[in-house]
Write a protein that binds this ligand. Structure first.
Ligand code: DX5
Ligand code: ZN
Length: 216
């Protein structure tokens, strides 16, 4: 399977977002990664539903929405209406994770769970079969441009073993500090999808950078 590339618009130019969306539309990227931060689950606030709705009007690829918010159940329907295709919630933010995942699926979206760097993949053993995607954080969520946490490679390998062992059909996506070097090692460990923010939008040639990640 070819690597799924999901550029994170967090590092895009918000004074000219349309240009960056059109760049992604024309590139070899597969999804748009949208980071929603509430200032409670993470120390930062990003952007919310009205911005997602506007992005959805011109984005020609699936919206991969990463919710870094407490009590995400309150917003499942709203993000579905705003155009989310993949909706990922944090394990650490959900008391009744199984219920939340069913809720996302009942709203017609693909369901993902994200794990913070300190959370072991073993907590997913009893829910992996229900998940379309696991998003492993390779930085502490909240900001772009942080450096990659090396322990993530081991987590990718462990997660891959769990997915294969249970015959599950779950995408392994990694988010934070992804570049050509970390990206290559993540793919070798078993990752299927790479999120990249500052590496793509901070590059002199973002289109070429996406292509380089896609063809690692
Ligand atoms: C961090 C976000 C990431 C962020 C990644 O909380 O979840 O998606 O945009 O940024 P880079 O690729 O710059 O580490
Ligand atoms: Zn993210």
């Amino acid at each position: 399977m070819q690597t799924i590339i999901s550029p994170s618009l967090l590092s895009a130019d918000f004074t000219n977002l349309k240009a960056d969306i059109e760049m992604v539309n024309k590139s070899e990227a597969d999804w748009f990664h949208l980071d929603i931060m509430d200032g409670v689950f993470v120390p930062n606030i990003s952007y919310g539903l009205p911005v997602v709705q506007q992005i959805n009007k011109i984005a020609e690829k699936p919206l991969d929405v990463h919710l870094m918010i407490v009590d995400p159940d309150r917003y499942v329907e709203a993000f579905q209406k705003a155009g989310a295709d993949y909706l990922t919630v944090h394990y650490e933010a959900c008391t009744h994770l199984h219920r939340t995942i069913q809720n996302i699926k009942q709203h017609g979206m693909k369901a993902g769970v994200s794990l913070n760097p300190h959370t072991s993949v073993s907590v997913l053993e009893d829910i992996i079969q229900d998940l379309d995607l696991v998003l492993l954080m390779s930085v502490n969520p909240g900001f772009g441009g942080q450096s990659f946490i090396e322990n993530t490679y081991k987590k990718v390998t462990q997660l891959k073993q769990m997915i294969t062992g249970q015959n599950a059909n779950t995408i392994i996506e990694v988010d934070g500090g992804v570049n050509l070097n970390t990206g290559k090692k993540l793919l070798e460990a078993g990752a299927d999808a790479l999120v990249a923010g500052s590496f793509v939008f901070g590059a002199n040639n973002p289109t070429e950078t996406i292509s380089n990640l896609k063809n690692l």
